[in-house]
Design a protein around this ligand. Structure first.
Ligand code: NAD
Length: 261
């Protein structure tokens, strides 16, 4: 069952909690200039069958590098240029000596850390982290590295060699394997240890704030369900209504700072 609340009605549910889990999705970063996938027809332009699995992307690298460059540019460009907005910042400053705030995010944009949040679990990984062919972490990237990649991809490399040159250091051949972004695509396992820590937070928090997620991507969407089943409040900030729980309608950058101040 869903219940719409005003900001004043929802505030005490969060301010009286000693342990708050904040579950975020693409919508929290929309006002930082990173489009959500669902709202803008992204999957129509880049069908998941081709673009949402590593095997699909690998095939495309060999057959149509120019199209792959277009896709990667569309994903990396906005994230490379983004800065945290008022919602990311309000979440970062909500944590204090009396209150533990854990951010569980589906986003790969690193904006919670840029805003200063200390406990951030990235259940779908991060575009700023990289792993080698054995799944081991290698040195992370900066947003400037991403900007450089985006700039080279904007020049529309047409050949396989041009594509590989443009995409370095986000992806590069190293030894017998490939270093690649540590992000979760369709059919992949969730990012660890972030997923286990997120599940633990959902099982122990006093309240959950969810911001900008359609909660249609599983298993991540089990997190708010877990909190609901424990009888703890789940407060959703989103222009679109959630199926269950409390809903404060509106945009993240307007509602979240007012809720958490
Ligand atoms: P989604 O695209 O399924 O849903 C976005 C939600 O955000 C919708 O409910 C929409 O109503 C809401 N929204 C749009 N503008 C908003 C605003 N200004 N304020 C608050 N809410 C707003 O996104 P999802 O549920 O996160 O799932 C899509 C998947 O795509 C995720 O797994 C995520 O990893 C990935 N993704 C990540 C990014 C990113 O890192 N910034 C961007 C796009 C997609």
């Amino acid at each position: 069952m869903r219940e719409e609340l005003t900001i004043d009605e929802a505030r005490p549910l969060l301010h009286t909690a000693e342990h708050v889990a904040v579950f975020t999705g693409a919508g929290i970063s929309a006002e930082s200039g990173i489009p959500t996938f669902r709202d803008g027809g992204f999957w129509d332009e880049f069908p998941p069958s081709q673009f949402a699995t590593w095997s699909g992307l690998t095939k495309l690298a060999a057959t149509n590098p120019a199209r792959l460059a277009e896709f990667v540019h569309c994903v990396v460009g906005p994230i490379a240029a983004a800065e945290p907005n008022a919602a990311h910042q309000a979440i970062a400053t909500f944590s204090n000596k009396q209150r533990r705030v854990e951010v569980l995010t589906q986003n790969v944009d690193g904006l919670h850390q840029s805003a200063g949040s200390v406990i951030v679990h990235e259940v779908h990984g991060s575009l700023l982290r990289r792993i080698d062919g054995n799944g081991r972490n290698v040195d992370p990237l900066s947003r400037k590295d991403l900007r450089d990649v985006a700039e080279r991809l904007a020049a529309k490399p047409r050949t396989i060699l041009g594509f590989w040159r443009a995409i370095r250091p986000l992806m590069e051949r190293r030894g017998l394997g490939v270093v690649r972004p540590d992000i979760v695509l369709f059919n992949d396992e969730m990012a660890e240890p972030d997923w286990t820590k997120s599940q633990a937070a959902a099982k122990t928090c006093d309240a959950m704030l969810t911001v900008g997620t359609s909660a249609q991507v599983y298993p991540a969407a089990f997190l708010p369900l877990t909190v609901q089943r424990r009888g703890r409040p789940v407060i959703t900030v989103d222009p679109s209504p959630p199926e269950d729980g409390y809903w404060v309608p509106g945009k993240a950058s307007e509602i979240v700072p007012a809720l958490l101040s």
